[in-house]
Design a protein around this ligand. Structure first.
Ligand code: ADP
Ligand code: TRP
Length: 321
C-alpha cells in the first residue's frame, strides 16, 4: 500500500494538525510505503515571507520527526526538492475544468471573505493532485477539510486516464471520524487562520494561558451538566488524556460540583504530559539539525526516483515522449 500526505509550512503545528493528520500518518507508516512531505510550494499561495517559510519548513520537519515520523520507514521530503511535481501540475491542469476549481471550498472561502486571490490559490488543488498522483498514492490520510481536494484529484486522474489511457492510480482519502475536525479554543474548527490553535510544542506559560481561556458557558460549578460530552475541554481531554481519566472528568462535570477552571487545569496537565516525550525528542533534534537536513535530502532522492518514473509514464501516454 502506498500512503502519502503533506502539510504546509505556514506556522506552528497545532493539535488539529496532530490528531487530524500527523498521528494517523505516523501510525500508517507501519502499514505500507509512506511518503510524507512539507508542502512548501503550496505555502507560497498565502505566505510571502522567505525567512518565515525557511523557518517554518525546518519547524515542520522537527515537529513531525519529534512526533514519531520514522525516516527508516517513511520517505520524508520537501515538496520543492522534487520539481517534477510542477511539470505534472501543467499536464493535469490542461484537463481540469475551471468549474471544478471554482467549486473548491479553499478558493470559495477566500473569495467570499473578499481576500485577494491569486492564480496559485485557484490552481492549488491541481498542484495537490500532482503531489498525490506523482507517487501512485493509494491512501491519503488527512483531516476532513482536505477531503474535497482528494476527490478533485480522483476526477482529474479519471479524465487523464480517459484521454490518454491508464496512467494514474486513483487515491482514496483516509479520514478518522473521531479526529476529523478538532475544535479550537473558540469551539470552531482549530485552524491557523482562525487564531484559535493550541500548538503541539507551545511554550508552557503561554499554552496554559490559552487553555485557561477556553470559552465556557456561565453555569455555576454546582449545576449538573447533562451535556458534558459536548463540552469543549472534555472533547480536547479525550484526545490528550488516557481514556479512563477523560471519562472520569466527563462524569464529574455531568454530576455537578466541578468548576470549569479545575477542568481546564486538568486539560493543561494532560496536554503537557501527552507531549512530554515528543518535547524531549524535539529538543534533541534541534541540537542536531544536520541530521534533520540529511533526512530531508535522503528523502528527496528517494521520492524523486519514483516521481521520475511516474512523470515519464504520463509524458509517454500524452505524447510528450
Ligand atoms: P490549518 O487549517 O491550521 O491551516 P492545514 O490546512 O495546514 O491547517 O492542515 C494540515 C493538515 O491538518 C490537513 O490534513 C488538515 O486536514 C489537518 N487539520 C488541520 N486542522 C484540523 C482540525 N482542526 N481537525 C482535524 N484535522 C485538521
Ligand atoms: N493542502 C494540504 C493542506 O493544506 C497540504 C497538501 C499539499 C497535501 N499536498 C498534499 C495533503 C497532498 C495531502 C496530499 O493541508
Amino acid at each position: 500500500m502506498r500512503i502519502l500526505s503533506g502539510i504546509q509550512p505556514s506556522g506552528a503545528l497545532h493539535l488539529g494538525n496532530y490528531f487530524g493528520m500527523m498521528r494517523p500518518a505516523i501510525e500508517l507508516q507501519e502499514q505500507g510505503e509512506a511518503y510524507y512531505f512539507i508542502a512548501d510550494y503550496h505555502s507560497m499561495t498565502s505566505l510571502f515571507d522567505a525567512g518565515a517559510r525557511r523557518r517554518h519548513t525546518q519547524d515542520v520537519a522537527l515537529d513531525f520527526l519529534a512526533c514519531g515520523l520514522d525516516p527508516a520507514r517513511a520517505v520524508f521530503f520537501r515538496q520543492s526538492d522534487v520539481p517534477e511535481v510542477c511539470e505534472l501540475t501543467w499536464l493535469l491542469g490542461t484537463l481540469t475544468p475551471m468549474g471544478l476549481l471554482e467549486r473548491c471550498h479553499s478558493f470559495k472561502d477566500k473569495t467570499a471573505k473578499g481576500l485577494p486571490v491569486n492564480h496559485g490559490l485557484f490552481a492549488y488543488p491541481v498542484l495537490m493532485a500532482a503531489d498525490i498522483l506523482l507517487y501512485d498514492s493509494q491512501v491519503v490520510p488527512v483531516g476532513r477539510d482536505q477531503k474535497q481536494h482528494v476527490e478533485v484529484t480522483r476526477d482529474i486522474a479519471i479524465k487523464f486516464n480517459e484521454a490518454y489511457g491508464a496512467t494514474f492510480v486513483l487515491p482514496e482519502p483516509r479520514i478518522r471520524d473521531a479526529t476529523a475536525a478538532v475544535p479550537g479554543t473558540d469551539g470552531q474548527k482549530m485552524s491557523k487562520s482562525y487564531g484559535n490553535t493550541i500548538d503541539i510544542f507551545g511554550e508552557e506559560k503561554a499554552t496554559r494561558k490559552r487553555i485557561m481561556s477556553l470559552v465556557m458557558d456561565s453555569r455555576t460549578p454546582q449545576e449538573p451538566k447533562p451535556d458534558a460530552e459536548g463540552n469543549l475541554a472534555v472533547q480536547l481531554l479525550k484526545l490528550v488524556a488516557p481514556e479512563a481519566a477523560a471519562r472520569e472528568w466527563e462524569d464529574r462535570l455531568r454530576a455537578g460540583g466541578l468548576g470549569y477552571g479545575d477542568l481546564k487545569k486538568a486539560l493543561f496537565d494532560h496536554y503537557w504530559e501527552h507531549f512530554r516525550h515528543a518535547r524531549a525528542r524535539r529538543a534533541e533534534l534541534e541540537g542536531n539539525l544536520d541530521h534533520v537536513h540529511d533526512v530531508l535530502r535522503q528523502g528527496a532522492l528517494c521520492a524523486r526516483a519514483v516521481a521520475r518514473t511516474v512523470l515519464d509514464r504520463a509524458k509517454q501516454n500524452c505524447g510528450l515522449l
